[in-house]
Design a binder for this molecule. Sequence first.
Ligand SMILES: *Cc1c(COP(=O)(O)O)cnc(C)c1O
Length: 435
Amino acid sequence: MTVNTETYYEKLGISKEVLAFGDAIEKKLTERFAAIDKNAECNQLKVIAAMQDNKVNEGCFSGSTGYGYNDLGRETLESVYASAFHTESALVRPQITCGTHALAVALAGNLRPGDELLSPVGKPYDTLEEVIGIRPSNGSLAEYGITYKQVELLEDGTFDYPAIRAAIHEKTKMVTIQRSKGYLTRPTFSVEQIGELIAFVKEVKPDCICMVDNCYGEFVECIEPADVGADLMVGSLIKNPGGGLAPMGGYIAGKEKLVENAAYRLSSPGLGKEVGATMSVNRSFFQGFFLAPTVVSGALKGAIFAASIYEQLGFKVVPNSTESRHDIIQAVELGTPEGVIAFCKGIQAASPVDAYVTPEPWAMPGYDSDVIMAAGAFIQGSSIELSADGPIKPPYAVYFQGGLTWYHAKLGILKSLQSMLDEKLVTLPVGGKNE
Ligand SMILES: *Cc1c(COP(=O)(O)O)cnc(C)c1O
């Protein structure tokens, strides 16, 4: 028997027509893929230089127990993050449970009763609503007397500078800027745009702390928010910078004093960065950070491939197939509940883990409609791994992200298309070709 790429696609349930359609689309993306590879090259060198500068060595890979005093691996890793992201300091910990927690720690560590927090970019990520107290919540910043203001973006997704100027006053201690659109339909901001916003805020109030929620943005460009003036940037290790290997964790990088304030909140006043056992995670944190630039490049290729495929088939995709990318999330408006379900089933069926289970919509806590989620991941909830989710409500969009390798992302997207075709929810252009 012949064993080649085509026979494996067939074995994995991809028809010749779907493969031909996908391959034709892929051919047109050569230039964009080359640009993504170039960006990954820049970031790979950045990470290697940071590791060399901080003398990463075998001793860094064993971890500590108990209090975790004098943990060489942890301390070196934090210096590596700080070097790579061009910040004075970083807190990179398995005790930071997720992105929301990292953001909550950075906020609560740096705000005091009577201070105000401003979001100049509209509503923050859903889970931040309860952290801030936009939706009343047990333990929110609001309960500690920290107030919050929000300035909406203009219609075209740009910053409303006059309104931002008017919203900043003597109590405005901190500004939070979310880089990724998350699950909204606004555009994701480029690092350069974030830099302009920070410069404006600093001009109005020089001592205002500018924090960037960097989730899904790391390594998508060769500069990061700290390169354009962010005082703090925050993210999750089960997204981009963990490279798929970090089994948990989050990071807070930025000005020394601000990171220290966050550390006193994460552990305890008086203890700060000095404690926090790492058990056996140091090696995967280092190795994941080392792989992250290429992992992010695979995820980016997948996002652009998905946008190109579904745009060609007549669906609205955000971002569209040609615009520049500033995060790894791709939204596809499928228009029907059946479409969302079929798409997610395809992603699930392409997974290396749990491919045999069928995702179903369910009433998840915190959501106002049923939600379907597809993820066959090595790390629970990891969204740098190939994953998709869609609320079962108009406009019936699915949000798709990740893929530890481009080849897996490609298979996942072809499988989503195959699943939609099998359910007769879409038809391929005549002849299976898109030309
Ligand atoms: C994922 C995400 C978060 C929250 O991270 P979790 O790890 O899910 O808690 C916050 N902000 C943005 C923009 C995100 O994408």
